[in-house]
Structure formats: structure tokens, C-alpha cells
Design a protein around this ligand. Structure first.
Ligand code: ATP
Ligand code: MG
Length: 554
């Protein structure tokens, strides 16, 4: 946790100054997702920032659903978002908040503005409204309905609410300034008609508040002291302040903006992620290739790694693109410390040890972690028939020891945690495929140095064939081939990496993995980090979270 005396980012500086000057006594922040999709790694930055500040200043952070648009929202998204924020390790006092809880209050404030001659019901249609609004270089024109009486506006607003006006025929607008240099202040819309049921308020409303009319007022109701949002809302801030100045609000919140998190090799907008899901480019919002929190979790990324990454990012006043390799660094760092070691052979090749008896069995103990004794150990069965990886064997005896630190006919390798073995001959099928390597152990080499004259080329992993469990492995690569798949007018769907998922069946895992629990992290020695898939639970399926080192080449 950051030292309170030395605020490090500009928002901490603002909060510390507000507390020092007595402008604020209690720090209250909020994380305000709209329940129209799943949370992604960008949201995680906002979650860590908002909940982190609340914890740092002994305040609180609300989880608030900004559910003002029933068209795209769904209870399923509410549930997924709630689960994701909890999984990330954050909690809020009491129930989650909902914009829809404040619909009555917002309506009363809309009536108040009309009464103050600061809002009116307008009958321009969408296209006319656009024409009247003007442009960045031309001022707007007053709506012909701008000067209608408060009584008339109040009665029309009631009709809109009661479903007696067609969609698109009327809006409620604030009366601010059609000549303002800031287009957001040119009589913005406060309510529009949507004859649509809401997931929480049912059929009660036929009008729904705009983001601008809702957001700051929600903050005020909840006593939010620092309302932190992303940079695209900077131009909305004068409007945010207009409402706090013109409404009898219970508190006066302030809005601050910071730069969004963008990662290369992915897309981050909910609209684009939804398209990937709806068009079946991925298997769902929680597909392990998605930058969603649920996808990352299913992929095997820990909540701690996400938090560490987010905390490492600058809270800046500009948007930036972060190299996904930086995120991967935090994922590996965390897994290296916390993942249990295990062995799994992806492309099995039988190794028969001719100087051990058929059916022989030895038990070795292997530490779950090379330098964390408290993580315990497990047993490895060792018999005369083992599996090694096809890529770890070669018949080519001319391969240099430096280039190929694996098993070669006539030479030695150490089997991780077990004997040194030598390869003696190969057995092939009629088509010339190697079906078995026949080798022999060097006795007394378990946990002991190689005897004089024997120099193993390297260490390889293995699995006992008699006790191995069969499993399927999903290997993932980046979802996009391009660093900036949605830059400019590129169609991001054209840059999907066709090899982003490779599924390998018939892999052989050590027996301790037969009851691998979902949510546990493993390092399969020499292969990478893996976790059991949470959806395909009946079969033994592991998802590769990330390789041991960065060997991705553009
Ligand atoms: P998207 O652009 O993905 O649809 P959004 O801003 O519409 O995102 P919301 O549900 O409104 O999604 O976002 C909730 C909160 O998360 C907001 O405060 C928003 O500013 C913040 N947020 C969204 N995306 C990012 C991001 N990439 N980096 C940081 N904060 C983000
Ligand atoms: Mg938004």
C-alpha cells in the first residue's frame, strides 16, 4: 500500500489535498459498470484504482450498476460482473448499488429543473436535433420548443413517462446554451422514451435517463467524493458540474478523468468483444483467449497477477497502449512463485527400460515447489515403462550436446527427480514411425551425481506409463496477429490468429493430476503454466496459461 504521506499519482494528490483542506472528510469512490457485457482487463484497472483508493484512505468504494439502458442490459451481466469483482478480491459494504434504484429521485429532479426553467420537453426528432445542435465550428440553434411553459413541459413529461407518447417523438432536454463551445452543453437530452421493460424495474418506466443526467446524480446520492472515470468523459465534466450547481443534491461530487488501459494484440471495447462472442470467433465471454476477467481466470491467470499488473500501471492523464508482454511478465512472476510443479507429457513416446523388471515399481518423492518447502511434496511412480515427449528424443547421434540437451541413441539424460537413463535402440512400426525407445537406467543415480564417465546431456520430464492419466491440453496463442487489430479503419475480425487455439489430445499426466482442482495453478515442468478447465470438468482438460518464457515472435 502506498505511503499516505507521499501520494504518487495525480488522483492521490487531489484526494490528499482535499482531506488536508477539509473539503472532504470521507473518501467514497465507486466502480460503475454498465451491465451490458463482461468485465475486461481495462475495467480491472478502474476497479483496482477505485477500490484501492478507498482502502488506502479508509473510505469505501461502491459497486454500482449504471443500468440506465435496458436495451443492452441483462441480469446475467450483473451476476458475472459481481462474481468477477469479488474474485479479483474486492468487496463493498452492503448491497451493490443500482442507478435504477434512483429512477424516482431522478424523475423528481427532472421536474425540479423544469420548474426552475432549466429543462423543457422538445419535439425535434433525432435528425432535426442533430441539425439544430451545430458543429464544432458552428454554434447551435435554439429548439422551437425551448420556450414552452413549465406547466406544459411537466404535463408532457408525465405523458412520456406513462407511455402516451411514441418513441422518438419527444425528449426532455436541459436548457443550457446552444452557443456553447462545448457541444455537451448545447441543451443535452436528460430523458428519452424507450418503451421497454427494465431487468429490475419491470414495466414501470417508459422513459430512461441519459448517462449524463444519471451519473453525477447517482454519485451525489451515494455521497461519492471522487468520481473517477476515463478520459473520454473529460468534455462531459462541465455538464456534470452544471447538474451539481443547479440541482438540490445531497452532496457535491467531483469528477476526475484518467487514461484508459489498452493492450496490444487484443481489442478492449465491449462492443467488439460482444461481436467476437456473437459471431462465434471465440467460445464465449469467458473463452481463455478473451481479455475478459472471466477469460483470464479460466486461462489460469490469478487475481493477484491482475492486481499486481494494474497497480504497476501509471494513472495518467493520457491514454496509452501497454505491451501485453508487460502483463505476461506479471502473470509469470506470480505463477513462478505460486504454481505447484508437476509433469505432463504432451506428445508421448514410450521409453522401455530393459534393465528393470516388467511390472517393477519404485516411488520417488518430488517437491511441489523447488524453493517453497511449505507447499509439500507428492509421489511419483516409476516403472519399467515411461512416457517421454517425442520432441525430447532423437535418433540423430551427430546432434551436438549443446544444441540438443535431450535423449539421443547411445547417450544419457537425467529424468527429472529420478534416474539417469541411456537410449539403446528404437522400435519402429511398418511405416517407419518410432513407437518405442528401449533404454536402460544407470543404477544408484536417483538424487545422486552421475558416476565417473557418464555425462547426461540434460534433464527431461517423464511420466510413468502404468499410472499416468490421459488428458487434453489447450495451447493458446494471441487472439490477433496484429499488434493494433482495430487501429484506424482496420476490420479487427480480419486479423484474428487462426492458430490461437491448438488442442492436443492423448497427453499423459502424472497420477497426482487426476484430481487437479479448478483454480489451482501448475507448472508442467519444461512446458509452461497450466490450470484445469472450469467448463469441461468431466474430462481432464488443462488450459495453458502461459509458456515458461517469452518465446513469441511477431
Ligand atoms: P467499453 O468501452 O469496453 O464498452 P465502458 O466504459 O463502456 O467500456 P463501463 O461499463 O461503462 O464500460 O465501464 C465501467 C467503468 O470502467 C467506467 O468507469 C470506465 O471508465 C472504466 N473503464 C472501462 N474501460 C476501461 C479501460 N480500458 N481502462 C480503464 N478503465 C476503464
Ligand atoms: Mg461506459
Amino acid at each position: 500500500m502506498t505511503d499516505l504521506d507521499k501520494p504518487t499519482n495525480f488522483i492521490q494528490q487531489i484526494i490528499s489535498a482535499d482531506l488536508d483542506a477539509g473539503r472532504v472528510n470521507n473518501v467514497i469512490t465507486r466502480f460503475p459498470p454498465e451491465p451490458n457485457g463482461y468485465l475486461h482487463i481495462g475495467h480491472a484497472k478502474s476497479i483496482c484504482l477505485n477500490f484501492g483508493l478507498a482502502a488506502q484512505y479508509n473510505g469505501k468504494c461502491n459497486l454500482r450498476f449504471d443500468d440506465t439502458n435496458p436495451e443492452k442490459e441483462d441480469q446475467a451481466f450483473v451476476d458475472a460482473i459481481t462474481a468477477d469483482v469479488k474474485w479479483l478480491g474486492f468487496d463493498w459494504e452492503g448491497d451493490a448499488c443500482y442507478a435504477s434504484n434512483y429512477f424516482d429521485q431522478l424523475y423528481t429532479w427532472a421536474q425540479y429543473l423544469i420548474g426552475e426553467n432549466k429543462a423543457y420537453v422538445c419535439e425535434l426528432n433525432a435528425e432535426e436535433m442533430r441539425e439544430y445542435r451545430g458543429t464544432l465550428t458552428e454554434t447551435g440553434t435554439n429548439s422551437p420548443y425551448r420556450e414552452r411553459s413549465a406547466e406544459e413541459s411537466l404535463s408532457l413529461l408525465e405523458k412520456m413517462r406513462d407511455g402516451k407518447v411514441d418513441e422518438g417523438a419527444m425528449t426532455l432536454r436541459a436548457k443550457i446554451d446552444m452557443a456553447s463551445a462545448n457541444i455537451n452543453l448545447r441543451d443535452p437530452v436528460l430523458y428519452r422514451i424507450k418503451k421497454m421493460a427494465h431487468q429490475r424495474t419491470g414495466d414501470k418506466w417508459n422513459i430512461y435517463p441519459s448517462y449524463d443526467f444519471a451519473h453525477g446524480q447517482e454519485d451525489a446520492i451515494e455521497g461519492v467524493s471522487h468520481s473517477i472515470c476515463t478520459l473520454e468523459f473529460a468534455a462531459n465534466r462541465p455538464l456534470y458540474d452544471w447538474f451539481t450547481a443547479n440541482l438540490p443534491l445531497p452532496s457535491v461530487p467531483k469528477q476526475y478523468e484518467f487514461g484508459r488501459l489498452n493492450l496490444n494484440y487484443t481489442v478492449m471495447s465491449k462492443r467488439k468483444l460482444k461481436l467476437l462472442v456473437d459471431d462465434n470467433h471465440v467460445a464465449g465471454w469467458d473463452d481463455p483467449r478473451m481479455p475478459t476477467i472471466s477469460g483470464l481466470r479460466r486461462r489460469g491467470v490469478s487475481a493477484q497477477a491482475i492486481r499486481n499488473f494494474c497497480d504497476s500501471l501509471a494513472v495518467a492523464k493520457t491514454d496509452g497502449i501497454v505491451d501485453v508482454a508487460q502483463f505476461e511478465h506479471f502473470i509469470r512472476d506470480d505463477l513462478n512463485v505460486n504454481a505447484h510443479r508437476a509433469m505432463c507429457v504432451l506428445k508421448p513416446l514410450l521409453l522401455r527400460l530393459s534393465n528393470l523388471e516388467e511390472g517393477s515399481c519404485e516411488l520417488f518423492s518430488a517437491a511441489n515447489h523447488p524453493n517453497r518447502e511449505e507447499l509439500g511434496s507428492r509421489h511419483l511412480n516409476f516403472s519399467n515403462k515411461l512416457f517421454i515427449d517425442r520432441a525430447d528424443f532423437s535418433e540423430d547421434t551427430t546432434l551436438s550436446r549443446k544444441k540438443f540437451k535431450r535423449l539421443v541413441i547411445g547417450d544419457y539424460v537425467r529424468l527429472r527427480g529420478a534416474y539417469i537413463v541411456r537410449a539403446d535402440e528404437v522400435i519402429k512400426d511398418s511405416t517407419g514411425n518410432i513407437v518405442e525407445v528401449v533404454g536402460s537406467i544407470v543404477p544408484n543415480t536417483v538424487g545422486a551425481d552421475a558416476p565417473e564417465g557418464i555425462r547426461p546431456r540434460g534433464v527431461i520430464h517423464w511420466v510413468d506409463s502404468a499410472t499416468a492419466v490421459e488428458c487434453t491440453i489447450n495451447l493458446y496463442d494471441r487472439l490477433f496477429k496484429e499488434a493494433a487489430p482495430d487501429e484506424g479503419n482496420k476490420n479487427f475480425l480480419e486479423h484474428i490468429n487462426p492458430a490461437s487455439l491448438i488442442r492436443i489430445t492423448g497427453c499423459k499426466a502424472e497420477s497426482s493430476l487426476s484430481d487437479a482442482a479448478v483454480g489451482h495453478h501448475y507448472q508442467f515442468e519444461r512446458e509452461g503454466y497450466f490450470t484445469r478447465d472450469s467448463i469441461e470438468k468431466d474430462a481432464l482438460v488443462f488450459n495453458c496459461t502461459i509458456g515458461l518464457r517469452d518465446n513469441w515472435k511477431a
